[in-house]
Design a protein around this ligand. Structure first.
Ligand code: NAD
Length: 158
């Protein structure tokens, strides 16, 4: 896909890997909506990016991806603001085993919801022009799977 002129939505775009995605997409000529639950970080990122790229090419939308209505509303705002949507990066994520329910909401449920919303707006059969959905995961998934397999084997020997 040629990124120049396309419109991207990046969740958790205010800092870290999401912010790097935003920067890279802007560098290749896209317009980008940064979604993040942290308004201070979102506004600071937008201000810093405005020094490097034309201000109208980015928009910050405060959104907690675990809130279904906020996420739906944010997708709608992106379409209203930029007129189209071509790239969705479901990046928002946390690493917090103690609050595992919230972690599953953010790292899994919201990614699935973001994928369906991307399909709703971009799928050719739905009147869209097609697009790209990128879901950010972690290599830790494979490390955990190995650990569980080893533990299972160990337990079955006892
Ligand atoms: N950094 C790593 O080494 C690493 C390794 C493996 C996977 N990942 C994955 O990469 C992604 C980004 O990680 P990172 O290291 O850049 O994290 P980070 O903590 O630096 O940034 C995450 C961003 O997501 C936002 N966010 C968190 N919960 C949110 C929510 N409910 N709604 C909206 N925004 C929310 C935060 O405010 C923050 O701006 C995550 O999905 C993470 O699981 C990171």
């Amino acid at each position: 896909m040629h990124v120049n002129g396309k419109v991207a939505l990046v969740t958790g775009g205010a800092q870290g890997i999401g912010r790097a995605f935003v920067q890279a997409l802007l560098g290749k000529g896209a317009k980008v909506a940064l979604l993040d639950r942290n308004p201070e970080a979102g506004q600071q990122s937008k201000a810093a990016l405005d020094e490097q790229f034309e201000a109208q090419r980015t928009v910050f939308i405060q959104c907690d991806v675990t809130d279904t209505e906020q996420l739906k509303g944010a997708f709608k705002k992106v379409i209203e603001h930029f007129g189209r949507l071509d790239i969705v990066v479901n990046n928002a994520g946390v690493n917090n085993e103690k609050d595992w329910e919230s972690t599953i909401q953010i790292n899994l449920t919201s990614v699935i919801r973001g994928t369906y919303l991307g399909l709703e707006y971009m799928r050719k059969g739905n009147g869209g022009d097609g697009g790209v959905i990128i879901n950010i995961s972690s290599l830790a998934e494979y490390i955990e799977a190995t650990g569980i397999a080893q533990n299972t084997k160990f337990n079955s020997c006892n």
